[in-house]
Design a protein. Structure first.
Ligand SMILES: Cc1cc2nc3c(=O)[nH]c(=O)nc-3n(C[C@H](O)[C@H](O)[C@H](O)COP(=O)(O)OP(=O)(O)OC[C@H]3O[C@@H](n4cnc5c(N)ncnc54)[C@H](O)[C@@H]3O)c2cc1C
Ligand code: SF4
Lengths: 461, 438
């Protein structure tokens, strides 16, 4: 797997997939070299933000506005874009076969082909009016299928499911949301947070059916969806079904090539596949596990971005092992914003976490610890500073220290109410022996210089 | 392979058109009020000012409020941008052009064909008598319409952003300054035969406040209030403005106090997404706004040289120069284009491309201010909501997705990027200047 060192400036780097992973790799290779760079992708001419698909449908943005770079950016940075589908990789000849019939040579190949929606072989899953949501083409179909309909069903209790529910809700379509689990997203969220989201979904007049599994999708005489049937035999009439039961790596391009795959395209911590000069990044990649457990697949926007940046380093000769650092993520459930930092297990024990919820039930703070050391944060209806939370987790700060300095982490807009004191009050009430006093309120003015330095060092580019 | 086109059919719009009974009544009343107002131009109501006033301005205001109020119950508090990209009025379709023509036309009449408004002015007569003890003129009518627009559309802002204390407070602030500082105070000053003065406008936006004629008139005036006004004009322009901008950024003025900002943040809000985000627009913006600043500075200096030399050097040259500025910038740009083009180029055309006050505040903000928009680590998902809804055409996402702070001369600190961001990435903050992350 060791690769001979060459002058990157003389290489032709070809990237399959113009998602955030592929595009970030291209940008960073361009920053550090004069290599020839081509991105081949079949979905769209230019990079757009997949995470913004819902906003196009809801009319918050046009497709044009989801493109993070102006069209002329690519030419200016000498990144060639090719709209085509790669059907085959000939690793010996270093040639790609394209759907258009052409061949395309490469010196270095980066696979950044993303994911595909899961389908579980449900009867009726290929009917007219039934689909997942991943690509621009999916959005286009959804636009057609949901035109002027009255009722829809969304299956699957994850992030894309709730987005689809919100999308159709914005068009005044009645949505029934089938969730297999007994509470929304409870394989990720602890019970309190999950319950808060359940309530919020219901408050938007979405018919949330928990502990409900799909049995089959029923057609009408013209092959269109007419209703869904649940495992309990209930029939729910609808003209559209959104299937959002997760995604899996899109590895089709490796078929018939010597690149080894498992669930995803198998890579080591340098993004190298088993074939020299072929790398894989983003959603499509699976890290080979070192201890026989299931290999890790990272299916997030920021991890795809980090993969792209890291693989560029490897290709440019700065071979550093990938370290994704302390985990974080965020989402928005209708009007509720959610942020998480570090490790917050869904089954966290009561004695390992401090939880405060606003009486109105739409905001909460959870701080998770292990052996008295803070390891994670969950926030709903509140914004916390990424760098500060990360630093505390990294420095293994005890809970009492974090509580005292909690104001430093608050990232809510000016004038908004601040709730750290209430959390501290709750702690002090229950632990009078370990009572703490808040030393800082929100705001940069009140951040110590060391915090500043940390933020500066952590700024990405 | 065909390009992907996301085509949104027209019938989708219907789903966003509310059929709330209050809305329909409101729209009807607004239409009738407007019609009566326009018909009044013929002079048929000139003898019944109070009735004319109530049936035109009164009815239109009531109608607009009725139209706005159902927003409270129709949607839960939170960001409500559903369907904005599908509405013809907000996307440069024919209705938008029509509205732009009406707005622009009004300014053309106001500045250059005042006699055509002669009878419409009567609609503001009753208010003028009540406030100033004299009949209305076209500027009073204009001020009344302006203030009504800020108050009514301000109410809309308060409802739309009722989940955000930042927006509530700053909207109340612009409503207050427009009503009290732009409307009531100057009227009362006139009632007591004091010089007309706007305490919330400074040189160079209110350029004549530092012209030799005005300053000497104020400072050499016999009343103490006039002398105070003279000092106020100087102190605000040269001392208070830089200090406040150092601490809070230009937002303390542009989206909290200024009347142009007040109209942009209220009447203009529905069109904020129309601002051009391209790099070329940014380049044009920097050329234009700084040229205007140079222009007005030169005009002011010439007038002072002229006054010091008693016209010996420049003759009447500096006066014609200042008249050109007044015509081109004061009237054409600030009025006709600035407001007239709301439905075509967004709400801040004047503030972005033309306002010399914004140019000065912007330079301070860019180089010597504690204000910045902080980016929250790596949370940005490059969705583009922030850039889309920036009324100043700043490509906020460009900075956010690289984890950089946003430090831009043009940012008026309206805070909408921070509100529409679905991942809590952006925050308007004040902190040490040297610690801003470029
Ligand atoms: C609706 C939705 C919302 C999301 N929201 C979030 C979120 O809020 N936060 C978050 O962290 N993550 C989110 N994600 C996940 C996130 O978008 C992905 O993790 C990320 O886009 C992966 O980037 P990528 O570059 O690996 O792949 P992709 O973005 O999938 O790009 C791969 C590209 O390669 C193309 N391609 C594949 N095979 C070929 C081939 N053989 N030839 C040519 N082209 C090919 C595909 O068409 C595609 O355009 C969301 C995903 C979806 C679908
Ligand atoms: S709105 Fe927020 S997440 Fe979206 S691009 Fe802007 S900063 Fe990033």
């Amino acid at each position: 797997m060791t690769q001979t060192r060459r002058d990157p400036d003389t290489l032709h780097v070809v990237i399959i997939g113009n998602g955030v992973a592929g595009v970030t790799a291209a940008r960073h290779i361009r920053k550090g070299s004069a290599a020839a760079i081509t991105i081949i992708s079949s979905e769209s001419d230019y990079f757009y933000s997949r995470t913004a698909l819902m906003y196009i449908y809801m009319g918050h943005m046009t497709f044009e506005q989801t493109k993070p770079y102006e069209d002329r950016f690519w030419e200016k940075n000498r990144i060639d874009l090719l709209r085509d589908h790669v059907t085959h990789i000939d690793a010996d000849a270093k040639q790609l076969r394209l759907a258009s019939g052409d061949s395309f040579g490469y010196d270095v190949l980066i696979l950044a082909t993303g994911s595909q929606p899961n389908k579980f072989g449900w009867p009726g899953q290929d009917l007219h009016g039934v689909q997942g949501l991943y690509s621009l083409q999916d959005l286009q179909r959804m636009e057609q299928y949901t035109r002027n309909i009255g009722e829809a069903v969304v299956v699957g209790g994850g992030l894309i499911g709730i987005e689809m529910a919100e999308m159709m809700h914005s068009r005044r379509i009645d949505v029934t949301f089938l969730v297999r689990e007994e509470s929304y997203w409870n394989n990720v969220l602890p019970p309190d947070e999950s319950a808060m989201i359940n309530r919020h979904i219901l408050s938007h007049d979405i018919r949330l059916h928990l502990s409900t599994e799909l049995e089959e999708i029923l057609p009408d005489s013209r092959g269109r969806v007419r209703a869904v049937k649940t495992k309990t035999g209930e029939e729910i009439p609808c003209a559209f079904v959104g299937l959002t039961a997760g995604v899996h790596p899109n590895i089709g391009v490796c078929e018939g090539s010597p690149v080894t795959t498992g669930r995803g395209i198998l890579i080591n911590r340098y993004f190298e596949t088993n074939i020299p000069d072929i790398y894989a990044i983003g959603d499509c990649a699976e890290f080979i596990s070192e201890n026989g457990t299931r290999g890790r697949i990272e299916q997030l926007w920021y991890t795809a971005r980090m993969h792209g940046e890291s693989v560029a380093g490897v290709i440019l000769g700065r071979r550093a092992e990938y370290d994704r650092g302390i985990l974080f993520n965020s989402a928005k459930f209708f009007d509720l914003e959610y942020q998480t930092y570090g490790d917050v297990p869904s089954d966290v024990r009561d004695e390992d976490s401090l939880y405060w919820e606003h009486p109105d039930g739409t905001r909460c703070i959870r701080i998770v610890m292990r052996d008295g050391v803070v390891t994670g944060f969950n926030l709903i209806g509140m914004r916390y500073r990424h760098q500060v939370c990360e630093r505390w987790i990294h420095e293994e700060r005890p809970l009492t220290y974090v509580l005292e300095h909690l104001g430093e982490a608050n990232f809510d807009p000016e004038f908004s109410h601040q709730f750290e004191d209430r959390l501290i009050g709750q702690w002090n009430e229950r632990h009078p022996d370990q009572a703490v006093h808040r030393v800082r309120r929100r705001g940069l003015r009140r951040l110590g210089t060391s915090a500043y330095r940390h933020i500066r060092e952590n700024a990405t580019s | 392979m065909t390009t992907v086109q996301i085509h949104i059919p027209d019938e989708i719009q219907r789903r966003y058109r509310s059929d709330h009974p209050l809305r329909r009544t409101g729209l009807a009343l607004f239409g009738i009020g407007l019609l009566i107002f326009v018909v009044g131009a013929t002079g048929i109501f000139s003898t019944i000012p109070l009735l004319y006033s109530l049936l035109s301005l009164g009815l239109a205001t009531t109608g607009a409020l009725l139209f706005i109020i159902p927003g409270i119950t129709e949607r839960k508090p939170g960001i409500d941008n559903d369907g904005i990209m599908f509405r013809p009025m907000l996307n440069r379709k024919s209705v938008a052009w029509l509205t732009a023509i009406v707005f622009t036309g009004f300014y053309v009449l106001l500045y250059w064909f005042p006699s055509s408004l002669e009878h419409m002015v009567v609609a503001s007569d009753p208010l003028s008598w009540a406030l100033r003890g004299k009949a209305a003129d076209r500027w009073f009518l204009y001020g009344t319409l302006y203030t009504l627009a800020v108050l009514v559309m301000g109410a809309r802002m308060l409802i739309k952003y009722r989940h955000s204390r930042y927006h509530i407070i700053r909207t109340l602030s612009v409503m207050f300054f427009q009503l009290v500082f732009a409307m009531l105070l100057p009227s009362i000053l006139q009632l007591f035969n004091q010089p007309e003065f706007y305490f919330h406008y400074f040189w160079p936006l209110k350029y004549d406040y530092l012209f030799p004629s005005k300053i000497t008139f104020l400072l050499e005036n016999s009343t103490r209030l006039a002398v105070f006004m003279g000092f106020w004009a100087i102190v605000m322009a040269f001392i208070a403005t830089p200090i406040l901008t150092y601490f809070y950024g230009k937002r303390w003025y542009c989206s909290w106090v200024c009347g142009c900002g007040a109209l942009a943040e209220t009447l203009g809000d529905p069109w904020r997404q129309l601002s051009d985000k391209s790099l070329s627009a940014w380049r044009i913006e920097r050329w234009m706004i700084h040229s205007v600043l140079v222009f007005i500075t030169v005009v002011t200096l010439l007038l002072w040289i002229n006054s010091a030399t008693e016209g010996a050097v420049l003759g009447s040259f500096s006066y014609s120069f200042s008249r050109i500025y007044g015509f081109l910038i004061g009237a054409m740009f600030a009025g006709v284009i600035g407001v007239g083009f709301y439905p075509l180029m967004g709400s801040r055309v004047w503030c972005r491309f033309g306002c010399p006050q914004a140019a000065i505040l912007g330079l301070i903000q860019r180089f010597a201010s504690r204000f910045r928009i902080t980016t929250n680590g790596g949370q940005c998902i490059s969705c583009g909501n922030c850039s889309t809804y920036c009324e100043m055409g700043i490509d906020v996402r460009w900075y956010a997705q690289r984890g950089q702070d946003i430090i831009r001369a043009s940012c008026v600190g309206c805070g909408v990027c921070s509100s529409v961001c679905p991942r809590g990435v952006l925050n308007l903050e004040n902190g040490p200047v040297s610690e801003r992350l470029h």
